[in-house]
Design a protein around this ligand. Structure first.
Ligand code: AMP
Ligand code: ZN
Length: 432
């Protein structure tokens, strides 16, 4: 087995936890210089000595996205701005955006973190890496750029959009690896097919897919369509960006890098730790960041720890594929469900394409769900075949969701495609 930095990736659990405690103490000392934590620490009687074990971390208050917004732009800066070299901001839909600051060392560590992930999935300095993320404030651009350069790959900073140009680059430059949002990977595969390009004849072999929830079925479909291995990568701007957790070649859970963050999983309602192995909200504390430490940050992302050790030999724990964010949960007629559950069913039908859209609406006195899904290229216009297909899909949805959505099969290419993260749900329900 080859590692980017073997000593840290395979560090024994006791040594890793010892390192975490030491870094936590350093983090608390640093955080006490930020206006936000200075106030919090004074109010709650917290100081750098408050955490002597990982268990003590649980006594600290949580930090939320609202805290970031309310202290926009520099209320979390723990070092002077003259020592910061980068700012990333994520806009959000309401209120102030959030800001994350980085020192030179932070940027350097982040590059190491992403390089470690890329090496883990078999990428080397001989690879040609094409990044289809928007550059600028979105961290998937510069985050992967610096990581891939640290790895030594030849980088193609294609940035977002212009699918035909992306395909030309893949062919002309011999791209071996793409960083791409899963919904866009499906689109790219379709356009390649339409253009009559067989992806197996390109050098493409690895995809890093992330930034939005997706199902195992969608991953398999992307792999088949493009003839590649696709690895799930997870990150968020508040935790730098990409590289927080990443699948290894086992494709069974994402290693969360515990020399960078301390991860907890809590019940989103009680905020108490869940029983080990149960699904809950991921809470992260940065322990390797200078400019802007965050303590017990509530990510809103729902996942669980996978039990046991990974055959790859890495000791950093694994998280299961993300279900979505707690705010993505649909509550319909008392049933709780996530869009990826619907996706999981749809993707099992080869007659269906990858693009789907869920509308929640009030019909008469009742709330209903409409699922529109595109047909794949196996499309037929035989009405009775389509009807039989619709019946089958509806039955599978009902069995899985315990409610019966209205289903509409639509022609390929008729649902909207976003340039960034896919928007899958529209809620038009009236409060009656
Ligand atoms: P941003 O800060 O704009 O990069 O968005 C980060 C958010 O994207 C996370 O909090 C997750 O909700 C979502 N996200 C990122 N990567 C993944 C992934 N691999 N699977 C599911 N959701 C993801
Ligand atoms: Zn592994």
């Amino acid at each position: 087995m080859e590692y980017w930095k073997e000593e840290i990736e395979t560090l024994s659990r006791p040594a890793l936890e010892q390192l975490q405690v030491r870094r936590l103490q350093e983090t608390l000392a640093r955080a006490s210089h930020s206006p936000f934590y200075k106030r919090m620490f004074a109010k709650k009687g917290i100081d750098a000595g408050s955490v002597r074990s990982l268990d003590d971390l649980k006594t600290l208050p949580f930090t939320t996205k609202d805290d970031l917004r309310n202290n926009y732009p520099y209320g979390f800066a723990a070092i002077p701005l003259k020592d910061c070299v980068r700012l990333h901001s994520s806009s959000g839909t309401t209120g102030n955006p959030t800001v994350v600051l980085h020192s030179r060392r932070d940027i350097d560590e982040w590059a190491e973190q992403v390089a470690r992930c890329m090496y883990m999935v078999g990428l080397r300095d001989t690879d040609v890496f094409q990044n289809t993320s928007g550059y600028g404030m979105f961290t998937g651009g510069l985050g992967f750029q610096y990581g891939a350069e640290r790895l030594g790959a030849l980088t193609v900073p294609a940035a977002a959009g212009n699918t035909k140009r992306q395909i030309k680059f893949i062919k002309d430059f011999g791209t071996t690896c793409l960083h791409i949002i899963p919904s866009y990977a499906m689109r790219l595969a379709e356009v390649m097919h339409e253009e009559g390009i067989d992806s197996h004849e390109t050098r493409l072999r690895v995809l890093c897919i992330g930034a939005e929830p997706h199902s195992e079925e969608q991953r398999r479909r992307i792999e088949q369509m493009l003839g590649v291995k696709a690895y799930n990568c997870f990150g968020m701007s508040e935790m730098n960006g990409p590289g927080v957790a990443f699948e290894c070649t086992e494709q069974n859970g994402l290693h969360i890098w515990e020399d960078y963050v301390v991860a907890e999983i809590v019940d989103p309602h009680t905020l108490e730790p869940v029983v080990d192995g149960e699904v809950g909200e991921l809470v992260l504390t940065t322990i390797n960041r200078e400019a802007m430490p965050l303590l017990r940050y509530r990510t809103r992302d729902l996942t669980r720890f996978l039990p046991g050790s990974c055959p790859c030999g890495r000791t950093h724990r694994r998280l299961s594929r993300f279900q979505g964010r707690s705010d993505d949960m649909i509550i319909l007629k008392g049933v709780n469900l996530f869009p990826v559950q619907i996706e999981t069913i749809l993707m099992q039908f080869p007659e269906l394409g990858g693009n789907y859209f869920i509308t929640l609406e009030t019909v008469g006195a009742s709330d209903e769900m409409l699922v529109e899904v595109e047909l794949s290229e196996l499309f037929t216009d035989d009405y009775s075949v389509l009807q039989a297909l619709a019946r089958d899909v509806s039955r599978r949805l009902r069995d899985e969701l315990l409610l019966t959505p209205r289903l509409k099969l639509v022609a390929r290419g008729s649902l909207p495609v976003q340039e960034g993260k896919a928007v899958r749900v529209k809620d038009l329900r009236k409060i009656i």
